[in-house]
Design a protein around this ligand. Structure first.
Ligand code: KG4
Ligand code: ZN
Length: 361
C-alpha cells in the first residue's frame, strides 16, 4: 500500500516539478558525518546540518565502524530537528526523502537507510536512493547554477579517485579510476606514518607549505599513458623511506616528505584530468570529494585549466566533504528524470561502486 501511494506521488513530482516547489529532505550517514539537509528545487539549500564524529575517531587514528554506527544513531534525531528548524519547515511540507545507500560503512549506512525508510513510510512520500559518489558530483550544481553537462568530474575522496565524463544530470561514464588506494586513503596512511594523526589530508596539506618537493617517491609511473591511478606504490615508497631513515638513525624532514608526496600524487591527478578534457574535447571540469579541499590541488588545477582555457569549478569546502545537501541535489536530478525511486526493501550497499552504477565507455 505504502509503495503504491509513494509511486503515485513520485510520478506527480516528475510531471509537475516545473510548476511547483519541491522540498527534498536528504540524509547522509555513510562514514563519520551524520548529516541532514532540506533542499528546495534541487539547488537551494534551506539547511545542511552536519554532525561530525572526527573528534571521536581521532584518538583511534581512523574511523572505527562500530563506533561510527552508534554515534549516528545517537545524533540522527537531533540533526533532523535542527535541519527542520533551520529550514523553517515542517515534515508535512516535505515531498521526498533521499538517502545515501552506498558506498560506505555498512553499519553507518544502515542507520541512515532505516531512518529514511521510517520517515518515508510514516509520511507516505517517495524514498529516493542516492549513490554517495554521484552525490559528490551533484554538489557542484548547488554552487554553480549555470553548470550544465557535459563536463569532466574529478572525484577525489577518502574512498574514491575517479575521472568521470558527466553526460547528463544522471548519466556518468567512468574514464579512469584507482586500481588500489584512493587518494584520500593514501593521504591518511602517509599522515599516520608521519605521526600527524587523523584525518591526514588537511595535516599533510598544511605541513607541505613548509617543505620542498625534493624526494622522488613516484619513480616509474606504469600508468602514465592510462587514465587509471595507483597510489599504493607512492604510499609504500613513503613508508619505506621513513622506516629506512629510522633504522639508519638518519634525520628526515617531515615537511619535505609531506610536500614530495603531495606534489607527486596530486600532480598525476592534475595531468590526467587535463588529458581527459583534451581527449574528450570538454572545456569544463567540476571537482568533488573531500580531497577537493586540498590547497595544492585547488591552486594547481586552476592554473593548469586556465592555461588550456578550461573552466574549473570547486565547491566550497563545506560541500566538498561529506554532507547531505549534495545528496538532496542528486535526488532532485533523479526525481526530475524519473529515476531513483526505492521501496521499503532498500538496504545499505557498502560496495556500491562507480563501476556498477556508471556505464563504462
Ligand atoms: O569525501 P570525504 O569527506 O569522505 C569520503 O567520502 O571518503 O573525504 C574524506 C577524505 C579524507 O581522506 C581526508 O583526509 C581528505 O578527504 N581530505 C583532504 C583534505 N581535506 C580532507 N585531503 C587532502 N587535503 C585536504 N586539505
Ligand atoms: Zn564522501
Amino acid at each position: 500500500m505504502y509503495f503504491e501511494v509513494a509511486k503515485e506521488k513520485f510520478e506527480y513530482l516528475k510531471q509537475h516539478y516545473k510548476e511547483m516547489d519541491v522540498f527534498v529532505l536528504a540524509i547522509e550517514s555513510s562514514c563519520d558525518e551524520t548529516s541532514i539537509a532540506v533542499i528546495k528545487n534541487g539547488t537551494e539549500i534551506l539547511s545542511n546540518i552536519i554532525s561530525s564524529q572526527i573528534d571521536i575517531h581521532t584518538k583511534f587514528g581512523g574511523v572505527v565502524p562500530e563506533i561510527a554506527s552508534r554515534n549516528h544513531l545517537m545524533a540522527i534525531n537531533g540533526v533532523l530537528n535542527e535541519a527542520l528548524q533551520k529550514a523553517n519547515i515542517t515534515l508535512d511540507k516535505i515531498n521526498a526523502i533521499a538517502v545515501t545507500y552506498g558506498a560506505g560503512l555498512v553499519g553507518a549506512l544502515m542507520v541512515g537507510v532505516t531512518f529514511a525508510k521510517s520517515l518515508a513510510f510514516a509520511l507516505e512520500i517517495p524514498l529516493i536512493k542516492v549513490n554517495h559518489i554521484k552525490g559528490h558530483v551533484s554538489a557542484n550544481y548547488l554552487c554553480e547554477k549555470d553548470l550544465k553537462p557535459p563536463f569532466i568530474s574529478l572525484i577525489v575522496s577518502g574512498g574514491h579517485t575517479a575521472i568521470v565524463k558527466t553526460i547528463s544530470k544522471t548519466e556518468n561514464v567512468l574514464i579512469g579510476t584507482t586500481l588500489d588506494d584512493a587518494i584520500g586513503e593514501a593521504y591518511d596512511k602517509v599522515a599516520k606514518v608521519l605521526g600527524l594523526g587523523y584525518p591526514g589530508g588537511p595535516k599533510i596539506d598544511k605541513l607541505s607549505a613548509e617543505g620542498e618537493n625534493n624526494i622522488m617517491f613516484m619513480k616509474n609511473d606504469a600508468l602514465k599513458k592510462s587514465f587509471n591511478f595507483s597510489f599504493s606504490g607512492i604510499k609504500t615508497a613513503v613508508i619505506n623511506y621513513i622506516h629506512s631513515c629510522e633504522q639508519g638513525k638518519k634525520e628526515y624532514n617531515k615537511a619535505d616528505v609531506a610536500c614530495s608526496f603531495q606534489t607527486q600524487a596530486i600532480g598525476t591527478i592534475i595531468d590526467k584530468t587535463i588529458k581527459a578534457c583534451k581527449k574528450y574535447k570538454i572545456k569544463t571540469v567540476a571537482v568533488a570529494g573531500g580531497v577537493a579541499a586540498n590547497s595544492y590541488l585547488r591552486k594547481n588545477l586552476l592554473n593548469a585549466c586556465e592555461k588550456e582555457k578550461i573552466t574549473c569549478y570547486f565547491p566550497p569546502i563545506i560541500l566538498c566533504t561529506d554532507n547531505a545537501a549534495m545528496i538532496g541535489a542528486e535526488a532532485y536530478n533523479l526525481i526530475t528524470s524519473g529515476e531513483g525511486l526505492a521501496d521499503l526493501s532498500l538496504t545499505a550497499t557498502p560496495n556500491l561502486n562507480l563501476k556498477y552504477t556508471i556505464k563504462k565507455n
